[in-house]
Design a protein around this ligand. Structure first.
Ligand SMILES: CCCCC/C=C\C/C=C\C/C=C\C/C=C\CCCC(=O)SCCNC(=O)CCNC(=O)[C@H](O)C(C)(C)COP(=O)(O)OP(=O)(O)OC[C@H]1O[C@@H](n2cnc3c(N)ncnc32)[C@H](O)[C@@H]1OP(=O)(O)O
Length: 252
């Protein structure tokens, strides 16, 4: 079963968080993948992408990460050891995250599907973040360090960038629990501005699932938990009938 989980996760592009992969360099680039590399239907289905270009996992530490970001990241990695939490790898193209079963036909044909927060060319200037999933709690947390290109009020993160990271974290949580979803509603209360370069914890969870509707909530807090920066509720709608990633992983 473990082997199948690993295979599935590779198909999802998740190999990096399941076990160290010798093909993944320290900066998270997956090198030299070919059809002869570890084989499973899901793995094979993503090799056409990796042949065309290298898959870089952006949710790994880089030199722009502050000590606070590194410390928090290490704390969550520790919590991954007993399987309670899982580190979620992150790529610049959204389809690289998805198994074939969750892709629309048009996505299969499209080679470039840029995922907005992962498409800044310089490390540290925009969205630096790493996500961790707790499946039993239906919870996704995101460690977020906003860079200077996200400036809104002088010295602070633009509210739209905060909305983006909330939407991505909540969205990631909804995807793992419910499968392919779209944001239908996102309601945010901004409580305290987020200083650029600081590190905050975006903590989201699924509160309820009613048919195709997935209701979630989220809080954005400082690392010490003392400052509430924002809180949000969201409604996501499932847009197809495929099983959730969580169901697929547990049925392997
Ligand atoms: C992008 C993939 C990345 C993959 C990542 C993989 C792994 C995760 C790792 C890391 C996470 C990283 C990234 C996270 C990814 C994504 C986050 C961003 C997500 C987005 O950024 S996504 C873009 C913005 N999003 C839109 O662009 C949606 C535009 N919109 C529509 O596409 C339709 O509107 C739709 C599909 C929403 C519904 O359309 P529909 O036709 O399927 O359904 P319908 O309208 O019938 O509604 C069914 C029932 O929901 C109720 N309902 C609908 N809307 C409501 C509302 N607003 N308020 C209250 N209730 C509502 C109805 O009232 C009815 O309720 P009832 O059944 O009770 O009558």
């Amino acid at each position: 079963m473990w082997r199948n989980c690993v295979r599935l996760a590779r198909g999802l592009g998740c190999g990096a968080f399941l076990r160290p992969d010798p093909k993944v360099s320290r900066c998270g680039v997956v090198r030299g993948l070919s059809p002869a590399a570890p084989c499973s239907p899901l793995w094979n289905s993503v090799t056409w992408l990796s042949q065309a270009r290298e898959l870089k996992d952006y949710a790994l530490p880089n030199s722009s990460w502050s000590q606070g970001m590194m410390d928090l990241y290490s704390r969550f990695l520790e919590m991954c050891k007993d399987g309670t939490w899982k580190r979620i790898p992150s790529y610049s193209n959204s389809v690289d995250h998805l198994p074939e079963s969750l892709k629309l036909t048009s996505e299969k044909e499209r080679k470039e599907t840029r995922l907005f927060p992962r498409n800044m060319d310089t490390e540290g200037v925009g969205f630096e973040y790493a996500m961790f999933l707790n499946t039993s709690e239906k919870r996704m947390v995101c460690l977020f360090q906003p860079g200077p290109y996200l400036e809104g009020p002088p010295g602070f993160a633009h509210g739209g960038s905060t909305a983006t990271i909330i939407d991505s974290t909540i969205g990631g949580c909804a995807i793992f629990v419910a499968g392919k979803v779209m944001t239908a509603n996102l309601s945010i209360n901004y409580r305290n501005p987020i200083p650029l370069g600081s590190v905050v914890l975006v903590d989201s969870r699924v509160d309820q699932v009613e048919g195709r509707k997935v209701f979630l909530s989220c809080q954005v807090r400082s690392i010490d938990g003392q400052t509430l920066h924002a809180e949000a509720t969201a409604l996501f709608i499932r847009v197809d009938s495929t099983k959730s990633l969580q169901q697929q992983m547990s049925s392997q």
